[in-house]
Structures are given as C-alpha cells and as structure tokens.
Write a protein that binds this ligand. Structure first.
Ligand code: AMP
Length: 286
C-alpha cells in the first residue's frame, strides 16, 4: 500500500494508471475510519475489480467546518487508519495537508469554491451554512487529483451524496457515483467518527435516532400522515432520551430534497440530534 501525501505525486500516479488502462475506485474520507468507511472501500473494490486500484483519501477538510464547529477536535488516528486500509487491500492512501489542498489560503491567495445552489439549501445546508460549499469544493478538487472512474459515498450522509451526484452531473466529471448503505452498530446506531465523542450515557441514548426512524416507518406503513403531526409525535418520542436535543427532523422527496406536507411509504426522513456538543445525523427511506 502506498501512502501519498502530495497532490503532484497523486496526480502523476493516477495518470500512469489511466495510461495503463486501469480503473480507479475512490473513497474520500476524513479519517478516523470505521466499518462504514470500509464498506465503501469494499464496494469500490467490487466496482474496479482486481485489475483496478482503490484509493482512499484521508483529509479533514477545514472549509466544510464553520468556526464554531469541531474542526480542531475532530478525531484523528492516522496509524490506525492506515492499518485498517492495509487490512482491506487499499492500494493508495492519499493524505494531503492543508498546504497541499488550499495553497496560499492563509495569505488570502486561495479563492475558488464550488457551490451547488439548490439541494444544499435545506436540512444540513440550512443548519450548517458553509458546510456543503466546503464539501463540493474539496470533492471536485479530489476528483481532479485522483482521477477516479468510480467514487463511493455513504447513504449515512444522504444529502451530501445527492449534492455530489448533482455536482458531478452539472460539471461533467467523468466519474460514476455510487451510494452505499449505512452501516450500523448492533443496536442500530449509525456508525460515525463522531460517536467517539459520546460518553456512556449519551451513547446508550443515541440509538433514539434509529428508533425514531423505525417509529416513523411504522406510523406511515399503512396510511398517509401529515408531516406536521409526525414531527410533533417524534418530538415527543425523543423525550424518551432526556440527553437528546433535536436540531431538525424533516420529511422530503428523495429526488428534490424538498419537504413534503404528507408523509407516506417511500418518503425520506432525516434528522439531526445533539447530545451535548455532539451532533449526530441519520436518515432513511420510510
Ligand atoms: P466522513 O469520514 O465522515 O467524511 O465520511 C466519509 C464517507 O463515509 C462519506 O461518504 C460518508 O457518507 C461515509 N460514511 C460515514 N459513515 C458511514 C456509515 N455508517 N455507513 C456507510 N457509510 C458511511
């Protein structure tokens, strides 16, 4: 497994593979890997086959964090991540620093960003105003550096995956985007690097996000329910976890991400919940 820390070396390697006719599968991450990330690696391998190469990037992207968010505290453990990548047969881990990705930014000499103007306005985009601009910018840059044929994203971040798909189409990146299912802990909590922040009591209550999705599924299994009523019911449902503070719960069309007034089977639900300073998200089709 190669560890490549610079843009120039990564691009050179990617071009060489391209010339040799090998397919490149790519999984962008912010590190502190868990089995959710590794499931994307396995999906990438499946897509490119034995003759292809799988690249994982590990980069905690500062432009997708607001000044009030957890950038400096975001969990990092590169040695552990590299071991996990080796175990999965990853070919290359791209580990750039900020000076590689945003050269001159501290001196005001970095000034280009990619903005998706529609899908990013709601939910996570409304709650975290600079977030998706940072995500689309870094993913566009990574696509230009890694030159993937296929790139795999997690449904755990459903809105992010939708925005990446839209950006890829709108900007004609020759990349196939795959969205892979959410991996969960045994009790149903979606795996996330941020779960590490939870203390034992918060961790025990955090499964309420999954249970809220299940409760909504049951509620709409046989009938239409008004979104306002279901939101009210879920607010009450969440009081079973006294440490949970709801940020938002939304019901929306999975194509347009626009909120719906009537919820039925097939409607998509997403929610964000704080436990102390830790903000967890989850989503599912109902
Ligand atoms: P992150 O390191 O959190 O930026 O995530 C990198 C990629 O892994 C994104 O495409 C996420 O959607 C995906 N991912 C994160 N958690 C999970 C999970 N529990 N199951 C599947 N994919 C995930």
């Amino acid at each position: 497994m190669r560890i490549v820390p610079t843009v120039a070396a990564m691009q050179k390697l990617a071009r060489r593979w391209k010339r040799a006719g090998g397919k490149i599968g790519f999984v962008p991450t912010m590190g502190y890997l868990h089995d959710g990330h590794l499931s994307l690696v396995r999906e990438a391998r499946k897509r490119v086959g034995k003759s292809g190469v799988v690249v994982v990037s590990i980069y905690v992207n500062p432009t997708q964090f607001a000044p009030t968010e957890d950038l400096s505290k975001y969990p990092r453990d590169l040695q552990r991540d590299l071991k996990m990548c080796r175990g999965e047969g990853v070919d290359v881990v791209f580990t750039p620093g900020d000076a590689e990705i945003y050269p001159g930014k501290a001196e005001g000499k970095y000034s280009t960003y990619v903005v998706e103007e529609n899908l990013g306005r709601v939910m996570e985009g409304a709650a975290r105003p600079v977030h998706f601009r940072g995500v689309t910018t870094v993913v566009a840059k990574l696509f230009n550096i890694v030159l993937p044929d296929v790139s795999v994203f997690g449904q755990k971040d459903f809105q992010q995956a939708a925005i990446i798909q839209r950006m890829t189409r709108d900007l004609n990146f020759p990349v196939q985007i795959i969205v892979a299912p959410t991996r969960r802990e045994a009790d149903g909590l979606a795996m996330s690097s941020r779960n590490k922040y939870l203390d034992a009591e918060q961790r025990a209550q955090a499964v309420i996000l999954f249970h809220a999705l299940q409760a909504a599924k049951t509620a709409v299994a046989k009938k239409f329910v008004s979104a306002a009523k279901l939101k009210q019911d879920l607010r009450e449902f969440l009081t079973a976890a006294p440490l949970a503070r709801l940020d938002y719960v939304e019901f929306f069309d999975p194509e347009t991400l626009q909120p719906v007034a009537q919820v039925k089977r097939g409607t998509h639900m997403a929610l964000a919940v704080f436990f102390g300073k830790t903000r967890l998200i989850d989503n599912s089709q109902l």
